[in-house]
Design a protein around this ligand. Structure first.
Ligand SMILES: *Cc1c(COP(=O)(O)O)cnc(C)c1O
Length: 340
């Protein structure tokens, strides 16, 4: 497999750092916890969609598009990174934002990622929750095409086999760093949503026979559905790189116990995880994805799911810009309180 055979533009800051979380590891008293900083990919406050967009935007350019379109939730990090990539490449960007939470708070509807979408010059329109958003997007794309635009549509989260190549590549990057550092990784944990990140990682790790247990922490769908989505995309991604049949159903594991009330609604464990990373490590998580992923990691460590002496890597997928859309979720007291 040579990923260099696929068109790719370079705008991510890579490799992202791999760092040890000394204070969090000590506070939890379990395995050694490391972090892979994909919140530091460089584009408009960073995040995991940037790796996918290197491949997706290259395809858009190759097809002669002058406009990209994508869809996501109101506070979509993917929409924001797409808007930023389009700005950098001199392309127009149109976003369809779905109201999945029903929140009427000004911070949610206008600050955070929404503010950044606007700053990057993207146009946007809203949709109520529960629609088939990819179908909505295709309908709007037809409208633009009829008006003469050459539109390239990107599915929600950039999650198709092209976008997932970004995380096949991340698996290689991570194992290269681990090899260089003499670090044997036992498990890799991250938030999983539209499935592209986990699908790419499953394929990349399996192709290398890395022997790393990969665990996606769900943020929306129930377990069977989430694993099914990841598996289907992983199969298609493996096929794209000439490794059809590589991935088995058992390679795909998601834990969806940390979703709370629903997508985009932080649970108490989400808030606790955000506070712990902020107070112990100076690292910002987000209330929709990485906060839930970290909540899963923290709880599983507390339950003894990972043994002392093991090395667990948390893939930080970004999203901190969304914090400013959720100010009200942090009204309670700090967990560290007066301890310092
Ligand atoms: C999109 C996103 C995820 C989930 O990645 P998928 O590839 O959609 O599964 C995780 N964390 C953050 C911050 C995201 O924006």
């Amino acid at each position: 497999m040579q990923l260099s055979r696929f068109p790719r533009l370079r705008f991510a800051h890579l490799p992202t750092p791999l760092e040890r979380l000394d204070r969090l590891s000590e506070a939890l008293g379990g395995p050694e916890i490391w972090i892979k900083r994909d919140d530091c990919t460089g584009l408009s406050t960073g995040g995991n969609k940037t790796r996918k967009l290197e491949f997706l935007m290259a395809e858009a350019k190759a097809e002669g598009a002058d406009m990209v379109m994508t869809q996501g939730a109101t506070q979509s990090n993917h929409a924001r990174q797409t808007a930023a990539a389009a700005a950098k490449l001199g392309m127009a960007c149109h976003l369809l934002l779905e109201d999945r939470t029903g929140s009427r708070e000004m911070d949610y509807t206008a600050n955070g990622n929404v503010l950044l979408d606007d700053l990057h010059g993207a146009s946007r329109e809203k949709r109520p929750g529960g629609l088939d958003m990819n179908a909505e997007m295709e309908a709007v794309a037809e409208r633009f095409r009829a008006a003469g635009r050459r539109v390239y549509t990107i599915p929600g989260g950039g999650s198709n086999p092209t976008g997932a190549l970004g995380y096949v590549n991340c698996a290689h990057e991570l194992m290269g760093q681990a090899n260089d550092a003499g670090l044997a990784i036992d498990a890799l944990v991250h938030a999983t949503g539209s499935a592209g990140t986990q699908a790419g990682l499953v394929v990349g790790l399996k192709a290398m026979n890395a022997d790393v247990a990969l665990l996606g922490i769900g943020v929306r769908a129930p377990k069977a559905k989430q694993e099914g989505n990841v598996f289907a995309l992983a199969q298609a991604t493996a096929e794209k790189i000439g490794l059809a049949g590589l991935v088995e159903r058992a390679d795909v594991v998601a834990n969806t116990d940390y979703v709370g009330e629903g997508y985009g609604i932080p649970a108490p464990s989400t808030i606790e995880a955000i506070r712990m990373f902020a107070e112990l490590e100076g690292i910002l998580l987000d209330p929709v994805y990485s906060g839930k992923g970290a909540a899963g990691l923290i709880d599983l460590v507390r339950k003894g799911e990972f043994a002392k002496g093991q090395r667990v890597v948390f893939l930080h997928t970004g999203g901190s810009a969304a914090l400013f859309g959720y100010r009200g979720a942090f009204d309670g007291p700090s967990s560290a309180g007066e301890a310092r």
